[in-house]
Ligand binder design. Structure first.
Ligand code: ADP
Ligand code: MG
Length: 671
C-alpha cells in the first residue's frame, strides 16, 4: 500500500476559521488542546441531554439527574448569621412546581445573570426529599431568544468538556457551525472500512455531537474509535515491515546438541505449553527475520526454563546470548541457575551487575575480558541488569537478547538496547499478564507467545483478606507453619515510616516487631537501601533456610524462587496495585506444600475492598490484569510507554478488543 497522501486538509486549518471563534475564544479553546478545526470536531462530549421533552419539576425523582426548564421568579444572595459565607439562590417555576437552586459561593455576576424573568434549562438532581425541592450547584443554560435556539432545544444535545469562560452553549454552537462549514470535508481515511458495518466518518462526527437517538452515540463512537485503531495499527505494522526489510536474521535455530543433554538433566519434563512456545521460538530464530517476541506466562509458569532452551538454540548455532534482569537479586538468581545448567555443557556463564562493575566490558571468570572480536572461544551467556546493558556494552556475535520481567520498556528503548548487537533475536518475558487489548496495541510490535499452563505438582495457594485486628492470630499461624519447616515472606509498603502517613507500615520498624513476635526463628531484612553484599547474604540465608522469615518491601516482587516458602503476609495491602499483589503472591505456591497468602487491610473504601476481593477469588493472572485495567484504566499499565500513538479520544483500551482485532486484520490485509 502506498503511504497516505500528504496533503493539507481544510480540517487542519486553525480553529479560528470556524464561525464565532475570534482571538479570545481561540485562546480558551487552546486550553482544551483544541487548535485546529479537526480538534474541535473531535472534541468528545462528556454527556448528553435529551431535550426533546423536559421533565415537569413536579415529577423530579430523588437522586435521579434530569433536565427541567423554568422561569426565574425570585433570586438573591443569602447571608448566614455568623461568618462571611454567602449563598446564591434562585427559584424556578415551570407551571407544575417550583425548584430552588443554590450555589454556596455567591459570585458577583450571578445576580444579573439569574435575573427574574429569565428562562433557563437546569440539569441536576434532588439530594433529599425535603421541601422546597432543591438542586445544589446544578448546571444551567440560559435560554437565549434567538435564531439558533434549535441547536440547543428540541433535540438530544451534547455537553462538552469546558473551561472557564466557555459555556456549554457556546461550545455547542461552535461545533454546530464547524459541522455546517466543514462536514463535507471530512473524508474517509485511506484504509477503507466496510460502510455496511460502520457509518461514514463524516456522519459519525455529526452523530457523536448531535445524535438522533441516544443509541447513535455508541455507533458513532465505534466508528471514530475504529479510525484511531486503524491508524495505530498502520503505524505499528509499517514499523514492523520496515524493520523486517532492513534487518537480516542471524541463523540461531540450533541443532539440539546442547538441548538434549540439558533436558535430560533438568529434573522435570517441560509442560506442553512450554514446548509449544519453544516451537514458536525455534521457528523465529531459524527464520528470515530477527525474532521480536513477547513471552507471557503467569508467575511460576516456568519462563526461565524456556529462556534457557532459547539460549541453547543460539549457543548451539555459535552465537552469544545476553540475559537482562531488572534487579540484582534476579540477575544473581539467574546466574546461579544457568551456571548449574550450562557449565556441565561447556558453556560459559558470566555475571555482571551494577555493584560488580568492571570497566564497562565483561569480566570473564578467568579474569580476562570478554572477547571483543570474533574468536574461537566457546559461546557464552552473559547475565546482568538492564542498567549495564544501557551503559553501552557491546558484545560480539550476539545472537539473542532475553529481557526478563521487563514489562515497562518502550519500543524505542527496547530497540536501542538490541541494536548494539546488530539485530540479534529478542525475547521479552513478562509475568504481568497483559490484557489482550494492550497486547495488540502497546505491544503490537511483538509477536506474542503465552504459557497458559502451570507445571503440575504444586500445592494450591489460598488467599485471605483480613483486618489488622486479626494480626495476632495471623502471627500464630505463621509460627505454626515455620515450626513445621516452612518459610514465610512478610511485606510492607515502606522502607521507613513517613511523618505524613504514620499508618503505613515500614520494614525497618516492623522488622524488630516481627523478630520479637517470632523468636527464636531467624528473620532477614530486605529493602532497596540495603547494601548489595548484605542483600546477597540475606537471600542466600533464606534460600538455605538459615533464615525462616524474610521481612521485605515489594523488592522481592519479581522472580525470586524459593519453593519452601509457603506463607506470604502483606500488610497495608491496599497500598499495592493488583498486579503487584499477584506478583508478590507468585513467590509462594512454588513447591508441593499448600501455600497461604494473607492480605491485611483496614481500607474502608469499597473500591479498595473490591480489588482485594478479586485476589481472594482468583489466581488467574489474566483475569486479575483485566480486572485491574477495568478498575484503574490503562494509565498505570502504560507506564513509561509515552508513545504519542496512545492518545485515543474515542478508542477505549478497556473495552474495544473486538475493534482492535478488526483494525489489525484490516491493516494487515492492506499491505
Ligand atoms: P516464572 O515463569 O515465574 O519465571 P520460573 O521459571 O521461576 O517461573 O519457574 C518456577 C518454578 O517452576 C521453578 O522452580 C522451576 O524450576 C519450576 N519449573 C519450571 N518448569 C517446570 C516444569 N515443566 N515442571 C516442573 N517444574 C517446573
Ligand atoms: Mg521468572
Amino acid at each position: 500500500m502506498s503511504s497516505p497522501e500528504v496533503k493539507i486538509s481544510p480540517l487542519q486549518s486553525p480553529v479560528s476559521s470556524v464561525w464565532g471563534v475570534g482571538d479570545e475564544r481561540a485562546k480558551l479553546l487552546a486550553r482544551l488542546e483544541i487548535f485546529t478545526v479537526e480538534d474541535l470536531l473531535l472534541h468528545k462530549p462528556r454527556r448528553y441531554e435529551d431535550r426533546r421533552k423536559f421533565l415537569p419539576i413536579r415529577d423530579l425523582k430523588l437522586k435521579e439527574a434530569a433536565t427541567v426548564r423554568g422561569i426565574i421568579i425570585a433570586s438573591g444572595v443569602k447571608h448566614f448569621k455568623r461568618g462571611t459565607r454567602a449563598m446564591f439562590e434562585c427559584v424556578f417555576d415551570d407551571g407544575t412546581a417550583r425548584l430552588h437552586c443554590r450555589w454556596w459561593q455567591a459570585q458577583p455576576w450571578m445576580e444579573d445573570w439569574y435575573a427574574v424573568g429569565r428562562e433557563f434549562l437546569i440539569f441536576g438532581k434532588l439530594d433529599d426529599d425535603k421541601k422546597p425541592r432543591t438542586f445544589t450547584h446544578p448546571e444551567t443554560e440560559f435560554v437565549e431568544p434567538g435564531d439558533d435556539e434549535f441547536i440547543h432545544v428540541n433535540r438530544i444535545v451534547p455537553v462538552h468538556p469546558l473551561t472557564d469562560g466557555l459555556t456549554a452553549r457556546v461550545m455547542r454552537s461552535l461545533i454546530w457551525h464547524a459541522l455546517e462549514k466543514f462536514e463535507t470535508q471530512i473524508e474517509e481515511p485511506p484504509i477503507k472500512l466496510d460502510l455496511k458495518i460502520f457509518p461514514p466518518r463524516a456522519n459519525a462526527v455529526r452523530m457523536i455531537h448531535f445524535p438522533q437517538e441516544l443509541t447513535d452515540v455508541e455507533i458513532a463512537r465505534q466508528r471514530l474509535a475504529m479510525d484511531e485503531f486503524v491508524a495505530l495499527q498502520f503505524q505499528i505494522q509499517s514499523r514492523r515491515k520496515k524493520f523486517e526489510a532492513i534487518s537480516k536474521a542471524l541463523p540461531c535455530g540450533g541443532d539440539n546438541r546442547l538441548m538434549k543433554p540439558f533436558l535430560a538433566e533438568l529434573g522435570f519434563k517441560l509442560t506442553e505449553a512450554q514446548t509449544k512456545v519453544l516451537r514458536e521460538i525455534r521457528a523465529d530464530m531459524g527464520g528470515a527475520h530477527p525474532m521480536r517476541r513477547l513471552l507471557q506466562g503467569d508467575v511460576g509458569s516456568g519462563k526461565t526454563a524456556v529462556a534457557a532452551c532459547s539460549a541453547l538454540m543460539a549457543l548451539e548455532s555459535g552465537f552469544n546470548v545476553a540475559l537482562m534482569a531488572p534487579t540484582e537479586i534476579l540477575a544473581e538468581q539467574h546466574f546461579r541457575n544457568f551456571s548449574k545448567w550450562f557449565e556441565p555443557l561447556g558453556v560459559k556463564v558470566e555475571l555482571q551487575t551494577g555493584s560488580k562493575k568492571a570497566d564497562g566490558r565483561w569480566q570473564m571468570a578467568d579474569g580476562k575480558h570478554a572477547p571483543t572480536s570474533n574468536s574461537q572461544l566457546p559461546s557464552a551467556i552473559f547475565i546482568g541488569t538492564h542498567a549495564l546493558f544501557a551503559a553501552g556494552f557491546d558484545l560480539p556475535k550476539l545472537g539473542l537478547v532475553i529481557i526478563d520481567e521487563q514489562h515497562k520498556f518502550g519500543v524505542t528503548q527496547r530497540e536501542a538496547l538490541v541494536r548494539k548487537g546488530n539485530y540479534p533475536h529478542l525475547l521479552v518475558m513478562t509475568a504481568t499478564p497483559i490484557p489482550r487489548t494492550l497486547g495488540l496495541t502497546l505491544y503490537g510490535d511483538l509477536d506474542v507467545s503465552v504459557i497458559d499452563e502451570l507445571p503440575g505438582g504444586r500445592g494450591a495457594i489460598k488467599t485471605f483478606v483480613r483486618t489488622t485486628e486479626k494480626l495476632p492470630k495471623v502471627f500464630d499461624f505463621i509460627r505454626e507453619k515455620i515450626s513445621g519447616g516452612r518459610q514465610a515472606y512478610i511485606v510492607y509498603p515502606r522502607v521507613e515510616v513517613a511523618d505524613t502517613d504514620k499508618d503505613i507500615k515500614a520494614v525497618t520498624k516492623e522488622f524488630e516487631n516481627v523478630q520479637r513476635a517470632l523468636t527464636p526463628f531467624k528473620i532477614g531484612l530486605l529493602h532497596g537501601r540495603i547494601k548489595p553484599t548484605e542483600k546477597e547474604n540475606v537471600m542466600a540465608g533464606f534460600r538455605a533456610n538459615k533464615i525462616q522469615v524474610l521481612v521485605a518491601t515489594s523488592l522481592i516482587e519479581v522472580g525470586v524462587d524459593v519453593p519452601n516458602a509457603t506463607v506470604m503476609l502483606i500488610e497495608n495491602a491496599e497500598h499495592f496495585g493488583l498486579a503487584q499483589l499477584h506478583q508478590l503472591r507468585g513467590r509462594i505456591g512454588r513447591g508441593a506444600h499448600e501455600s497461604f497468602c494473607i492480605l491485611i487491610s483496614d481500607a474502608k473504601n469499597p473500591e479498595a475492598q473490591a480489588r482485594l476481593k478479586i485476589l481472594e477469588e482468583t489466581n488467574d493472572g489474566f483475569k486479575i490484569a483485566e480486572a485491574d485495567l477495568k478498575l484503574r484504566g490503562p494509565g498505570e499499565l502504560l507506564g513509561q510507554q509515552q508513545s504519542g500513538a496512545m492518545q485515543l479520544r474515542f478508542g477505549n483500551l478497556v473495552e474495544d478488543l473486538n475493534l482492535i482485532r478488526q483494525a489489525r486484520e484490516l491493516v494487515a490485509k492492506s499491505f
